[in-house]
Design a protein around this ligand. Structure first.
Ligand code: SAH
Ligand code: SF4
Length: 425
């Protein structure tokens, strides 16, 4: 979502004549996009802003702006801590970035745009299909109404708002006309898409409308909340050929007591039943998840239940995080916080177990033939190209860069920890 927001900001500024540079010292304008979901992300922003401050202490007169969730959370407070910042732009105000920059050029300092106005104007912003773009994000909704007890997102991104399906379809159409092959639909909880709309389009219907364009090669989406993961959506995996066989379904914990305190509103048993149904419809689907360890009150036996669940589901991969106290969220007030060294131990154990499972899963791909959408040249070698399977696994193989943007058949030769090695057939 943040990548998509950065693209939106960049495209607005490109219209004003700005060009992107990879050399920060040469930039006239620097905008730091921020995340506040965990403390670590917040610390990274402060260390980057510290480096920019040193840059500005010299001759440099660049304008510095901060956008995103942390900008929303801190608002004016940012200027106290970082007086070298010119403007702060919250999550509902991306469309105002060009005018904020102009104001900063005139007034130079302390411009703030963090108001919430009901409708989120940045939802209407489309990302341009730059030349050679193969995959593109398309935002379908903004905000979240779930208020999981640990999560700051509803506070910094506001209430849920879905984008009308006609706007989404037009954006997808425009992107595919420019050669984009893969569309990744974005929302904090795409399963509840449509609830704020007057039209009767739910998420499975939206997927159907995109399929009916017959111009999209691959459709993906993220993220799904398990409580709203419906049978209709599960059936979409059988009915919509363009929908890739991958689902990111964050479970967070394998223990019902913890899930309840997290306010996730599903049980382990319900989660497992959905996974089972999904696999009965689509046996090869790859399933990834998010897991939090060290949630307040997580006893050793509760953590063990998470390990049991991870082993039982055999996720293709997980993103795992140490619980991080966020300002103003419900769990900040919970007692029984877990000590940092315990969280570290649990995280290391979980990651170790998942690394073995991921390797086993990748090895199990050996000998299969996969459809691969070629994305670019490989990181490791100029002679190789890389792409993704429909299950979202990275494959490296020998091939010409002329194949970038094409879908080819690749036989999988080896499975490694983070990728596959293949051979084009
Ligand atoms: N809307 C998505 C995820 C949003 S945040 C969803 O509901 O799945 C991405 C992930 O960050 C979450 O799935 C969760 O695992 C993690 N996360 C959120 N708040 C956290 C916190 N306070 N501490 C640790 N991890 C957190
Ligand atoms: Fe946060 Fe829960 Fe909303 Fe996801 S569903 S963004 S974890 S509150």
């Amino acid at each position: 979502m943040n990548v998509n927001d950065s693209e939106k900001a960049a495209s607005l500024l490109e219209k004003e004549g700005y060009v992107q540079t990879s050399e920060v010292e040469k930039a006239d304008l620097i905008i730091v996009n921020t995340c506040s979901v965990r403390d670590k992300a917040e610390q990274k922003v402060h260390s980057l802003l510290g480096r920019l401050r040193r840059l500005k202490n010299g001759e440099n007169t660049a304008i510095i702006g901060v956008m995103g969730c942390l900008a929303q959370q801190w608002g004016k407070g940012f200027f106290k801590r970082c007086p070298h910042i010119n403007f702060v732009c919250g999550t509902h105000n991306i469309h105002r970035i060009p005018s904020l920059v102009k104001e900063a050029q005139l007034r130079k300092k302390y411009i703030e745009a963090v108001n919430f106005n009901g409708h989120v104007p940045s939802l209407d912003l489309c990302v341009p299909a730059s030349k050679g773009k193969i995959s593109s994000y398309v935002t379908i909704m903004q905000g979240c109404n779930n208020f999981c007890s640990y999560c700051i997102v509803p506070y910094v991104r506001g209430r849920e708002e879905s984008r009308p399906s006609g706007d989404i379809i037009r954006e997808v159409q425009r992107l595919t006309e420019k050669g984009v092959q893969e569309i990744i639909l974005l929302g904090q909880n795409v399963n509840s898409y449509g609830q704020t709309l007057e039209e009767e389009t739910g998420f499975p219907e939206l997927l159907g409308k995109i399929r009916d364009l017959h111009s999209v090669n691959r459709i993906r989406f993220t993220t799904s909340h398990p409580k709203d993961f419906s049978d209709d959506l599960i059936n979409s995996f059988a009915e919509i050929d363009e929908l890739c066989e991958h689902i990111h379904l964050p479970v967070q914990s394998g223990c019902n007591e913890v899930l309840e305190k997290m306010r996730r509103r599903y049980t382990v048993e319900e989660y497992l039943a959905k996974v089972e149904r999904l696999r009965s419809i689509c046996p090869d689907i790859s399933i990834t998840s998010d897991v939090i360890v060290g949630f307040p009150g997580e006893e050793e036996k509760y953590f063990q239940k998470t390990i049991d669940l991870v082993k039982k589901v055999r996720f293709d991969n997980i993103f795992s995080f140490k619980y991080s106290d966020r300002p103003g969220v419900a769990s900040q007030r919970f007692s029984d916080k877990i000590p940092e060294d315990m969280k570290n131990k649990r995280l290391a154990l979980l990651q170790d177990i998942q690394a073995k499972l991921t390797l086993e899963k990748n090895r199990a791909q050996e000998g299969k033939t996969e459809q691969v959408l070629v994305e670019g040249t490989s990181k490791g070698s100029d002679a190789d190209i890389m792409g993704r399977t429909r299950g979202n696994r990275i494959v490296n193989f020998k091939g010409s860069s002329r194949l970038i943007g094409k879908t080819v058949q690749v036989k999988i030769l080896r499975g490694y920890a983070h990728s596959l090695r293949g051979e084009m057939i």
